[in-house]
Ligand binder design. Structure first.
Ligand code: NAP
Ligand code: G4F
Length: 349
C-alpha cells in the first residue's frame, strides 16, 4: 500500500504540530507549509523536523503563504496530496479587529486559494479539511450550539471564517469535492499561543508563584468557553477526512467554564485560594500571603474587545454519532497539564 500524502497549512501552529505528529504516527508522508519569518517559527515542530537532505523523508516543509496563490498552487501541484488540512490562519480574534483586512485575506481568501488550486489541478480524489470555528456562533439567544444553530459572527475573524465555511461548502456542492468543515470549539494545550487567554493565565500564574511577576492584567473575566484539548481535537480533524462522505460537524466538550473559573482552577493547582473583590474594571483577584492581601489579578480595558462572543457551549451529537467522539482530557486535566508544563519551563528561564 502506498503511503498517504497529507498537506498541512499552519503546521507550525498549535494544531498543526499535534496533527503532524498524529499523521506521522499513522505512516503518512506529511508536507507542511511554513511562512518566511525573520526569526525561527518552527519551535513546535522541532522535535519531528527532518534533515532536508535525508533521502526518504516523512516530513517535508515548503515555504508558502496563504496570501500568495502562486506559492500555494505550486505546492499543491507538486505534492498532489490525498488529504489537505487547512489550519493556517490569523487566528487571534482580538488582533482581527486591528488587522481586519489581513485577517480576511489569510483566513477567507486563503481557504479559497487552496480550494481553487485543488480544483484547477484536477485533484478529484483530494480530501479537504477546513478549520472552522465556534466563533461562527455569537447570538446569545442560543445557549448551546450545534450544526443547526444559525451563525452570527462578532469579529472580522469570525466573519472571515464564515466565508471560509461557505466557500468550502460551495466547492463541495459545485464540483463534488470531498470538502468538510470541522466546527471546533476552543482547544488548548501547552503548545497554545501565549496571547490566548488560557496560556496567558497559566504562564502568568506560574511566574507570580515563582516571584518573577507581580500581577496579571486580564480582560473579560465572565466570558465563558467550551474548552477541550488540542491533542484530542486533531484526532477528530483526521477522522472527519476518513468518513465516507464530507460533512460539517461540531467538535466540543459540551461543558462550559468562565475565564474566572479557569484562573481559580490554575490557582487551586498550586494551592492558592484566590478571592475576588470589586466590580467591572475595578475588580481584582487576591490571595493571602503571610496574612496580607496580595493582588495577583487586575482587570484592564485594554483586553476587552469591541464586540464579544460572551458564551460558547457546543453540543456534538453528530460527532458522537459519526466520528464516535470520545475525549480523553477533562477541563481539570487541561489546566493541570498546562500549569505543570509552565512550572517546568520556568525553571529554565
Ligand atoms: P495557531 O496556533 O495560531 O496557528 C496558526 C498557523 O497558521 C501557524 O502555523 C501560522 O504560522 C500559520 N499562518 C498564519 N498566517 C499565515 C499565512 N499568511 N500563511 C501561511 N501560514 C500562516 O492556531 P491553532 O490554534 O493551531 O488553530 C488552527 C486553526 O484552527 C486555525 O485556522 C484557527 O483559526 C482554527 N481554530 C482554532 C481553534 C482553537 O481553539 N485553537 C478553534 C477553532 C478553530 P506562524 O507559526 O508562522 O505564525
Ligand atoms: O483565548 P481567547 O483569545 O480565544 P477566543 O477569542 O475564544 O478564540 C479562540 O477560540 C476560537 C474558537 O471559538 C478560535 F476560532 C480562535 O482561533 C481562537 O483559538 O479568548 C477567550 C475568551 C474571550 O472571551 C476573551 O475576551 O477570553 C476572554 N479574555 C479575557 N481576558 C481574554 C483576555 N482573551 C485574551 N486573549 N486575553 C485576555 O487578556
Amino acid at each position: 500500500m502506498p503511503r498517504k500524502i497529507a498537506l498541512i497549512t499552519g503546521i507550525t501552529g498549535q494544531d498543526g504540530a499535534y496533527l503532524a505528529r498524529l499523521l506521522l504516527k499513522k505512516k503518512y508522508i506529511v508536507h507542511g507549509i511554513i511562512r518566511k519569518s525573520s526569526s525561527f517559527n518552527t519551535a513546535r515542530i522541532d522535535e519531528i523536523y527532518e534533515d532536508p537532505f535525508k533521502k526518504k523523508k516523512s516530513l517535508i516543509l515548503h515555504y508558502g503563504d496563504m496570501t500568495d496563490f502562486s506559492s500555494i498552487n505550486s505546492i499543491v501541484s507538486k505534492v498532489k496530496p490525498d488529504e489537505v488540512y487547512n489550519l493556517a490562519a490569523q487566528s487571534h480574534v482580538a488582533v482581527s479587529f486591528k488587522n481586519p483586512e489581513y485577517t480576511t485575506d489569510v483566513n477567507a481568501l486563503g481557504a479559497l486559494r487552496l480550494l481553487e488550486s485543488i480544483y484547477q489541478n484536477n485533484l478529484k480524489k483530494t480530501k479537504f479539511y477546513q478549520a472552522s470555528t465556534s466563533e461562527l456562533f455569537g447570538n446569545p439567544k442560543y445557549k448551546i450550539q450545534n450544526e443547526k444553530t444559525p451563525f452570527y459572527t462578532k469579529s472580522p475573524y469570525g466573519t472571515s471564517k464564515l466565508f471560509a465555511y461557505w466557500i468550502t461548502k460551495n466547492y463541495r456542492e459545485s464540483y463534488n469535492m470531498f470538502a468538510s468543515n470541522g466546527i471546533l470549539f476552543n482547544h488548548e494545550s501547552p503548545l497554545r499561543g501565549e496571547t490566548f487567554v488560557t496560556k496567558k493565565i497559566t504562564k502568568a500564574i506560574t511566574k507570580i508563584y515563582k516571584k518573577k511577576q507581580d500581577c496579571l492584567y486580564i480582560g473579560n473575566l465572565n466570558s465563558k468557553r467550551d474548552w477541550g484539548h488540542a491533542k484530542d481535537y486533531v484526532y477528530f480533524q483526521w477522522q472527519i477526512l476518513q468518513q465516507k462522505k464530507p460533512m460539517d460537524v461540531v467538535v466540543s466538550t459540551n461543558k462550559q467554564y468562565s475565564v474566572r473559573q479557569f484562573i481559580e482552577e490554575c490557582c487551586k493547582h498550586i494551592g492558592w485560594n484566590i478571592k475576588w473583590k470589586g466590580r467591572g474594571l475595578n475588580e481584582v483577584g487576591y490571595i493571602l500571603e503571610k496574612r496580607r492581601k496580595k493582588i495577583i489579578i487586575k482587570v484592564s480595558k485594554a483586553y476587552f474587545r469591541p464586540n464579544e462572543v460572551e458564551s460558547l457551549r457546543g453540543k456534538s451529537l453528530l460527532a458522537k454519532q459519526k466520528l464516535k467522539l470520545k475525549l480523553k482530557y477533562s477541563f481539570k486535566d487541561i489546566v493541570k497539564e498546562m500549569m505543570d508544563d509552565d512550572l517546568k519551563k520556568i525553571e529554565y528561564e
